[in-house]
Design a protein around this ligand. Sequence first.
Ligand SMILES: [Zn+2]
Length: 212
Amino acid sequence: MLTYECIPVGMLQSNCYLLRDEGSGALALIDCGFFNRAVADAIATQGGDLRYLLLTHGHFDHIQGAQALRGRYPNAQIAIGAEDAPYLRGEAESVAGWKSKHSVAMEPDLLLHEGETIQVGGGVLRVLETPGHTPGGLCFFAEKERLLFTGDTLFYEEVGRDDLPGGDWATLRASLERLIELPGDAVVLPGHGQVSSLAHERAANPYVGLAE
Ligand SMILES: [Zn+2]
């Protein structure tokens, strides 16, 4: 059974989520825009067994803590969508004129693809490819716990930008339609801002096309 806590970090208050498998104590982070004492303390308080850093996408405000994490937790594997790996490697620009703004280029340990699963102790996360905000954007779905980590694809009554390099509205829209049609009422845990639910977004998000 996976539980989570949310630690907003950095200037843009990017949500860094710490997941814990209650059975084994295994931990995973989803996004780490900035590695600070709050993140380090949360990991330590939860037992320190960090297995993964899972990146929803390659923008600097979600990946900047990766280098520090690799140094501090050498057993944690750093994973990103295959199409977004160039951001981590420092080859792609997050914003026009900006390289990904973290100084050290990094090679990810794992490249993630649609339908793959990540095992965090006894907990399971499914990889959903949701491009549009970036070419290799991902969401992570803990189906059993009904937790949907949406990165910068879906926010509370909002959606991610499509106007940054590599963004595309038609692609983002298709990804949103797919998320919103996931069965049931998952908790929506976005990359910025407050928690929501799929039911709320179906009813109230003006960008998903299903509000009537
Ligand atoms: Zn972003």
